[in-house]
Ligand binder design. Structure first.
Ligand code: CDP
Ligand code: MG
Length: 686
């Protein structure tokens, strides 16, 4: 693979002040985030860093403008200081003191780490003045005035109070990512702002923040709200494209990393954008192997994976300064595109690929698939190379290919299953979903498919030409879960297995509780054997949980069994919260004990839309749309061929894989939805 001379340089993307944030010194960053007291020098340094941010130069002016405006759109390069500084500026200038300042984030890791950072900058304990709320975790108190929360959590809060009365300011951050929840929140906060004005209640200030220049849409949607541009400094970035299209982006990125490694001084760190955990872990291993066998005199290399479900402490390692003479190579998903800021990157290697949701309403199929990024995403990625010095971005595609990328990322609302969000909108008493003031309308087909999906789950019904929630639907909406999972919980008393279903749902609501270091594959395989259930992954995880409980959550046991004890503790916490909601509805908490049939039957009754059937040729097809699918290699059923399975999700890589499977009987599926399955099942009663 070879790159011709420099392509289009990105130096025109933002000019201005030469001040650039300095990276935090590793030692203090770590001690501080682990909650220990910070000394005087540390506090001073944080203060200095705040003053060094590009946004600091315009602080006075910005505060003046934000004081005046009801709604503002703020644009600024990543790293200019929007997210960490604007909430503090508002607070320091006593803007919105009557209530709480909310800042939404599309990802939980961002919400947590930003709250920790800002709390450090203000030298307060996290959870006091500054807190965060993410699903199943609320670190706020009555004192909290600045609150970071995921967009999903704010939407959930709106279900309790559509006027969002406790908030004086809502900042919708990373708006360019156009996640489903942020898109819906646009409509919710716009309506809340208008209604609060009408009823002469405390005014609601709305601030939309984005890293891309394409903001007309936001401004128009908010009645031509003014757009404030922050001059974030960006060093020049040289872009190189490949001469020829690459058919193996993994191989191409490996070659690029080692080309850079051979040529550039070791202090120049490299950030590679890949698509997902498995790929990143495999590539980390390969890089380390190759680095070990380089000729004498080659610089050292340390490789860091970075993805959302990586344990928190390991994520933090990415931000620490490396040793001198040792190059850091960070292999990341698109989480490094906007959510987190990594210091010291000189080179970016962009594969041009991302794993994202794709949805076809006709077939009802929602799959995670590896696909091309948009131009906006590619620019965002390149921008990561020029944060502290001029940088270089290697694009592993040709310029011609780049020209064919979509300009902007398609909003998630136009490419995912809307059942969950429709249920929430109905719970918000939005009278007609079809006329809801969406910033970008979802397709009518997708809305129709979502309503059908909710009808099949018994969550909605039609009354006088209106779609309304059934009593079951109202209960379902109260759980912070996808509709199919809240349905499973609510059905479980019929099958006398609520305790087990609570555990299973909690296990699938946190990041993976099992970790599988590739280097110890054989050892992992042999210690895990004792948990494996021939009935599938749900039952296997249930066994792991029971074993964990039996040893009282012992850390050593977790280590020996490659169980992530932090995530397992989180499972117990999630379970407690879900159990409380069940108790509120008077759901009977029974255990099915050793009868796993009941548990699987219950799962079949709620997850029947995610079922697949073995075909005569040994492959599988989904029952819903006859999509050919295969069992994912990570499943305990990988080498088995049960006739019918349920799956939690579909993942499209080289083929369409089902992940997290449970063996079921055809009869159970038929019982669950006779009308629906009458047409679909071959092997069941008819
Ligand atoms: O929102 P925006 O991308 O404009 O910047 P920010 O998130 O407010 O971050 C401003 C600067 O603070 C970054 O460039 C980092 O130097 C620093 N920062 C950090 O070191 N660690 C964090 N968790 C967040 C910010
Ligand atoms: Mg930001």
């Amino acid at each position: 693979m070879s790159f011709p001379g420099p392509g289009r340089a990105a130096s025109n993307r933002g000019r201005g002040d030469p001040m650039e944030p300095r990276p935090p010194p590793a030692k203090k960053f770590k001690t501080s985030l682990s909650g220990q007291r910070r000394d005087h020098a540390f506090i001073q340094e944080r203060e200095q860093q705040r003053r060094g941010l590009p946004i600091y130069r315009v602080r006075g002016k910005l505060i003046g403008q934000l004081r005046q405006l009801d709604t503002a759109i703020i644009i600024g390069e990543t790293g200019s200081g929007k997210t960490t500084q604007i909430p503090q500026y508002l607070y320091e200038a006593s803007i919105g003191r009557q209530g709480v300042i909310a800042i939404t984030q599309p990802r939980r890791v961002a919400a947590i780490s930003l709250a920790a950072r800002v709390s450090e900058e203000k030298n307060t304990e996290l959870g006091t003045l500054i807190g965060y709320t993410v699903r199943f975790e609320d670190l706020t108190s009555a004192e909290s005035k600045i609150k970071f929360l995921t967009d999903g959590m704010l939407l959930r809060e709106a279900m309790g109070d559509p006027l969002l009365r406790r908030y004086s300011v809502v900042i919708l951050d990373e708006a360019h990512e156009r996640t489903l929840h942020t898109d819906v929140l646009f409509g919710i906060v716009k309506a809340a702002q208008r209604k609060r004005k009408e009823f002469s209640k405390m005014p609601l200030k709305v601030i939309v923040m984005s890293a891309t220049m394409d903001v007309d849409l936001f401004s128009r949607y908010f009645n031509r709200a003014p757009v404030l541009y922050l001059e974030g400094r960006q060093h020049s970035i040289q872009i190189f494209y490949t001469k020829e299209p690459q058919n193996d982006y993994l191989h191409a990125s490996l070659v690029s990393v080692f080309q850079i490694h051979q040529e550039a001084p070791p202090s120049h760190n490299v950030l590679v954008f890949l698509t997902g955990q498995e790929e990143i872990e495999a590539m980390s291993r390969t890089c380390r192997e190759i680095a070990k066998h380089l000729p004498q005199g080659s610089p050292q290399m340390s490789v860091f994976p970075l993805y959302a479900s990586l344990p928190h402490l390991q994520q933090l390692r990415v931000f620490q300064l490396g040793q001198k003479d040792c190059r850091k190579v960070i292999l990341s998903t698109n989480i490094a595109e906007t959510s987190v800021t990594i210091p010291g990157i000189k080179y970016v290697v962009d594969t041009g690929m991302v794993k994202a949701k794709r949805y076809t309403p006709e077939s009802g199929l929602e799959v995670l698939a590896v696909q091309q990024v948009s131009k906006a995403q590619a620019w965002q990625r390149a921008g990561r190379a020029g944060r502290q010095q001029s940088g270089i971005c290697y694009r592993l595609y040709t310029e011609g290919e780049f020209e064919k990328f979509l300009n902007m990322t398609v909003p998630e609302i136009q490419r995912c299953n809307l059942a969950s969000v429709m249920l929430q909108l109905l719970a918000l008493r939005i009278p007609n979903i079809l006329t809801f003031d969406f910033i970008s309308k979802p397709s009518p087909d997708a809305v129709r498919a979502a309503i059908e999906h909710l009808e099949l789950l018994g969550a909605v019904e039609r009354k006088d030409n209106q779609i309304v929630l059934t009593p079951m639907g109202k209960k379902m909406a109260a759980f912070p879960l996808e509709p199919r999972f809240s349905k499973t919980l609510l059905l479980s008393p019929e099958f006398h297995c609520t305790e087990e279903i609570l555990t299973i749902i909690s296990l699938f609501s946190v990041d993976s509780v099992l970790y599988n270091p590739l280097a110890k594959r054989d050892e992992v395989h042999s210690v895990r054997k004792k948990f494996i259930s021939s009935e599938g992954d749900h039952m296997t995880l249930l066994n792991v949980y029971h074993a964990f409980k039996n040893v009282g959550g012992h850390k050593e046991w977790c280590r020996e069994n490659f169980v992530n004890s932090r995530n397992m503790t989180m499972v117990a916490e999630v379970r407690r919260q879900l159990r409380d909601i069940c108790a509120k509805f008077g759901v009977q908490l029974e255990s099915s004990r050793s009868d796993t049939g009941n548990i699987r039957r219950c799962l079949a009754h709620a997850l029947f839309l995610n079922a697949a059937e073995l075909q005569p040729d040994g492959t599988y097809a989904t029952l819903d749309s006859r999509q050919p699918v295969a069992i994912h290699p990570s499943s305990v059923l990988f080498h088995c061929k049960p006739s019918y399975v349920l799956y939690n999700e579909l993942l499209h890589t080289s083929k369409c894989y089902m992940r997290d499977l449970c063996v079921v009987d055809a009869d159970w599926l038929y019982e669950a939805a006779p009308g629906y399955f009458g047409r679909k099942l071959k092997g069941a009663k008819s």
